[in-house]
Design a protein around this ligand. Structure first.
Ligand code: PMT
Length: 219
C-alpha cells in the first residue's frame, strides 16, 4: 500500500484483551488475540501515520517501530486513554474490554474450601470508549468495534450513539471466519449515514477499508 494519506496524523489503536485479576495466579479475560487491532496498526503505519498502540493480553506479534503501551486491566486502559486520547487525531478501539472485574483482588492465592461452592462478586468496569467519547475534541475521529452474537446491527448502532463514535465496526463473532483469534473478519462499517457490509476478507484488508472510510469521513 503506497498511499500516504495519513501522513502526519496521530492514530491510536487499542488491541487485545483486558485481564481482570482475582488473585496472584488467576484472572478473567476473553479470546481476543490482538490480530484485528494490530492489522490496523500495520495499515495505519504503512499509510504514514504516527501510530500508538495500547494493548492488553495478546497472542499476536506486537508490531515494531511504533509507540507501544501495554496495559493489563480495563482500569489501566482507562487511565492510559484518559491521558493519551486528547493528543490523537484518530482513535480506533479494537480491544476487547472486560465489562466487569472482581470486586476484590486477593493478595494471596484463594484456598479451596472442600465441598463448598465459591461465590464471587463482579463490579462494573469503566466504559473506556464512552469516556473517550465524552472528552472528544473537535477534529477527532473516534471508531469503536462491536463484538456481537445477536441483533448485531441494532446493538452496534446503540453503541455508536452511546459512546459518541463516528463509526462502529460490527462483527458477528459467531460467524466462521469472523471475530476472535482468526486472520479474517466479516464486518459492517456503521456511521450515522448508513451501513456498509464487508464480505469475508483478511483483517489486514479490513483494516485498510476502515482507514479508507475514516479518511472519507474526515474530508
Ligand atoms: O483480537 P482478535 O482476536 O483479532 O479479535 C478481534 C475482536 C473480535 C476482539 C475485535 O474485532 C472486536 O470486536 N473488538 C471489540 C470487542 C468488544 O469489547 O466489543 P464490545 O461490543 O464489548 O465493546 C464495544 C466497544 O466499546 C469496543 O470498541 C470496546 O473496545 C469498547 N469498550 C467496551 C467495554 C468497556 N468496558 N470499555 C470499552 O471501551
Amino acid at each position: 500500500n503506497a498511499r500516504s494519506d495519513l501522513a502526519g496524523m496521530k492514530v491510536l489503536v487499542t488491541a487485545g484483551a483486558t485481564r481482570e485479576r482475582l488473585d496472584p495466579v488467576r484472572y478473567m479475560t476473553n479470546d481476543s488475540s490482538g490480530k484485528m487491532g494490530f492489522a490496523i496498526v500495520e495499515a495505519a503505519r504503512a499509510r504514514g501515520a504516527e501510530v500508538t498502540t495500547v494493548y492488553g493480553n495478546v497472542t499476536a506479534q506486537v508490531p515494531a517501530g511504533i509507540r507501544r503501551i501495554q496495559i493489563e486491566s480495563a482500569q489501566e486502559l482507562y487511565d492510559v486513554m484518559m491521558r493519551e486520547a486528547p493528543e490523537q487525531d484518530i482513535i480506533i478501539q479494537a480491544a476487547a474490554v472486560c465489562d466487569y472485574r472482581f470486586e476484590k483482588t486477593a493478595k494471596s492465592k484463594i484456598k479451596k474450601d472442600e465441598g463448598e461452592a465459591l461465590t464471587l462478586t463482579l463490579t462494573e468496569n469503566p466504559d473506556v470508549a464512552k469516556a473517550v467519547g465524552a472528552i472528544k475534541k473537535k477534529g477527532q475521529t473516534l471508531v469503536g468495534f462491536a463484538a456481537e452474537t445477536d441483533n448485531v446491527k441494532k446493538n452496534a448502532v446503540d453503541k455508536l450513539k452511546k459512546k459518541n463514535l463516528d463509526m462502529i465496526v460490527a462483527n458477528d463473532v459467531t460467524k466462521p471466519g469472523a471475530g476472535f483469534n482468526v486472520d479474517t473478519n466479516i464486518a459492517a462499517l456503521i456511521t450515522k449515514d448508513g451501513v456498509e457490509e464487508e464480505p469475508l476478507m483478511t483483517k489486514r484488508e479490513l483494516a485498510d477499508k476502515i482507514l479508507d472510510k475514516i479518511v472519507e469521513l474526515r474530508k
